[in-house]
Write a protein that binds this ligand. Structure first.
Ligand code: 9D3
Length: 245
């Protein structure tokens, strides 16, 4: 997959794309990132990428011309490219969307900045994504979040795992708690059942822990999660007893 990122701040991406999983994924040839400076598509010596808002008001608005030139260059090179604007007005990015994007060959992620982008950009992009209901200073961190979530799903990236494996582990629940050595730390013990080596009991305990945590912290997820009759019984029994933790 190729992921192109259009930004006013190319330096922003150097470290995140240069370390850890995103760097390794590039090394393996699973993904190729290209960071493109929007200023490369501006006119004149001053390379102006923003302007004052029509109608007045505070802040600056990103100009259409450089963005549209960059998008046109992208589409001319590859008519199949998926052009995505990161924007607080977008639909909220989630794991389903990450899986969907991981099926594509080529993404062009556009990072907005200032108070926003000239609204007519809508007619030149394919979709608009937000990463959640909080205000950031620009689309750079959202573009990295999308790039990261998509890249880890590509075949060969997570040590042989890929989207398929991820899919099969998708429980729709929060994860069960994990522990490693030492067995006791500051008086806090690892649950005894994990030390006994009875794998069937461990699997049952982990499933119950996942259900319990999801009920306590993210009850919204339970409505969507595929639950067995046994899961439902366990949850009912939890509802009857007062919940500890
Ligand atoms: C007066 C400013 N804003 C109204 C709330 C508009 C605004 C425009 C641009 C606010 C923030 C930004 C910069 N943010 C993004 O470009 C962005 C973003 C975000 O802020 N939160 C979550 N997802 C995203 S995706 C892009």
């Amino acid at each position: 997959m190729r992921i192109d990122i259009l930004t006013l701040f190319p330096e922003f991406f150097q470290a995140p794309l240069g370390v850890s999983m995103l760097s390794r994924a590039q090394g393996k040839g699973a993904v190729a990132f290209r960071v493109i400076n929007i200023r490369d598509y501006t006119e004149g010596r001053h390379q102006v990428a923003d302007d004052r808002p029509f109608g007045g008001g505070p802040g600056m608005v990103m100009k259409l011309e450089p963005l549209v030139k960059a998008i046109r260059a992208g589409r001319a090179e590859d008519p199949q490219v998926r052009v995505i604007l990161l924007s607080p007005l977008g639909t909220v990015f989630n794991q389903d969307k990450a899986r969907e994007l991981a099926e594509r060959e080529h993404l062009l992620l556009i990072c907005g900045h200032y108070e926003g982008v000239d609204d007519r950009i809508r007619f030149y992009i394919d979709e608009e994504l937000s990463i959640g209901d909080y205000i950031l200073t620009g689309g750079e961190i959202p573009a990295l979040a999308v790039a990261d979530a998509v890249t880890r799903l590509l075949p060969g990236v997570l040590g042989g795992e890929g989207a398929a494996e991820e899919e099969s582990f998708q429980t729709g629940l929060l994860e069960y708690p994990h522990y490693t050595r030492p067995r006791v730390f500051g008086g806090l013990e690892v649950p005894q059942i994990l030390l006994e080596g009875d794998h069937a009991r461990i699997a049952k305990w982990r499933r119950e822990q996942a259900l319990k945590r999801t009920l306590a912290r993210r009850p919204d997820l339970l409505a969507q999660a595929p639950l067995t009759e046994e899961d439902k019984k366990f949850l009912q029994q939890l509802a009857e007893k007062p919940v500890e933790e």
